[in-house]
Design a protein around this ligand. Sequence first.
Ligand SMILES: *Cc1c(COP(=O)(O)O)cnc(C)c1O
Length: 234
Amino acid sequence: MIQENLYKIRETISEVATRCNRNSEDIRLVAVSKRFPVEVMREALAAGQMIFGENYIQEAVQKKNLLGEVVKLHFIGNLQSNKAKFAVDTCSMVETVDRLKIAKAMNRYLEETERSLDVLIQVNIGFDQNKSGVSPDESETLLKKVRDLPRLRVRGLMTMPPLMDDPEAVRPFFRDLRRLSEKMEDKGLLGDHGKTELSMGMSNDYQVAIEEGATLIRVGTAIFGQRPAPEKQQ
Ligand SMILES: *Cc1c(COP(=O)(O)O)cnc(C)c1O
């Protein structure tokens, strides 16, 4: 079932890309495997899915140990600075940098180990009180400060818009994120590490996100089905 779902989603990605004159190779699928066991991830791996999204550090570390170097983990959860070291050791990208403290903590550890890391700035594009992310107004200031940290490569922006059933209702938020990224590019604050990444769109609305310029879509339910309930707060 997982393999079928993946094939279907890849097909959809390529259809939508064609429809809006984009190259489907510029759109990468992040399979959000949070709370799913590694067996399920192995099925996806067997179907060629290499990038997975995880929200909890302990869980990401365990899975990385079991699955090894072939998998690329993107951290998409709320990161605490005392877990920065684990995020750096485990993930190929941290998509959820929304304050300087966490960026500095990662940079410090990267400095010690002489590595660098791709990150995205998480923007709370809908000013949603329940969502993390830097407000659009403050994003430029944060972006400048994170850019000053030599071990972090800011690749682009990520957002989690307000939850809405109608994917069309989410479109303005995706568009706003794209416009914000273009503004930052114009100011020379993004785009110096390759094409600017825009991580936006989930199971329900990834097609609209692609139309609005997403380069990373984070899809869980549409690949793996209903997620198991959370066990406990980490
Ligand atoms: C869980 C999660 C997703 C995936 O959501 P689905 O609706 O299951 O596709 C995407 N992004 C983030 C940040 C998440 O926490």
